[in-house]
Design a binder for this molecule. Sequence first.
Ligand code: C5P
Length: 307
Amino acid sequence: MKMNSTFKVLAMVLMVAIVCFFLNDSISDKFLHASLAEDDSWFTRRFDKSVEPFLTGKQNLSMEAFDWWKQLQPLEEQTIEYYRAVADSLLKTFPAMSKGAERFGTCAVVGNSANLKDSHYGRLIDIHDVVLRMNKSPIKGYEDDVGSKTSHRLMYPESATDLDNVTHLVLSPFKIMDMVWLQKALTTGFPGNTYEPVRSTIQANKNLVMVLNPAFIAYVHRMWLRRSARYPSTGFLAVILALHICEEVRVFGYGADSDGNWSHYWEKLRDPKLGTGLHYGKEEYDVIRKLAVQQKIHFFKMSSPKF
Ligand code: C5P
């Protein structure tokens, strides 16, 4: 009899424990789903799949986007008619541009931060289908940390470098003159300067040239940076571009050093007051971190070394 009642008590305790366990699980599940739903609304409020990342000739640049874009670096005549004429001429010179954005599987976006130094991320970066880099970042001598593969390189005239025959040159245009420069630098040569001396010719495969759509740059500024700073950095544009064209995005080499400067992995900082240039580095970094928390990208963070 005594045995029986002890057994009953034990069975009751077990039942209560099991119910509590499942109840708890469903409560934490609810919290998880609630926070993911909230996260997802943060993402979906910003991400607009309908914005074409590349200039293809099929899309019309709205006057609102053009008016914002044309005041970024007002160096020359900036009418919509002139913009359209230059865009048409580019599309004739580089017919591959008309194809627009392809979709890719895994992509590594490699920023130029000094935090890549001694990271040994090179092999991990190289296993991606696509590796996006930007500006003048060197590879030779840094393979162990940054890898050796480059499928796309984002640049603008003032940051241009020669490319091999298999890398896509992705122009990030911040003024109409940048588009003129691209066309001339790959054909007859670009005479003169922009706001500083620029390369008059450049090596790249003409069939792999792409140009970011000014409407895409305006969208990144408006939706992803809430119009903070003057305009997005090339590196931030590369991250959002990857979100639009890749199934899986891994981000390396982003983050200022402990003095708040965008220092590089290959050189000692020349200007100790560089900060993050014209860009709002902290805001960009926070968005990248948030994308990682919400599992839209994988972010490989490192603290920056001192040189
Ligand atoms: O210096 P640069 O503009 O060539 O760097 C390319 C991009 O890498 C920047 O636009 C920025 O987004 C990112 N960067 C960074 N932290 C650094 C250096 C660069 O996030 N320390």
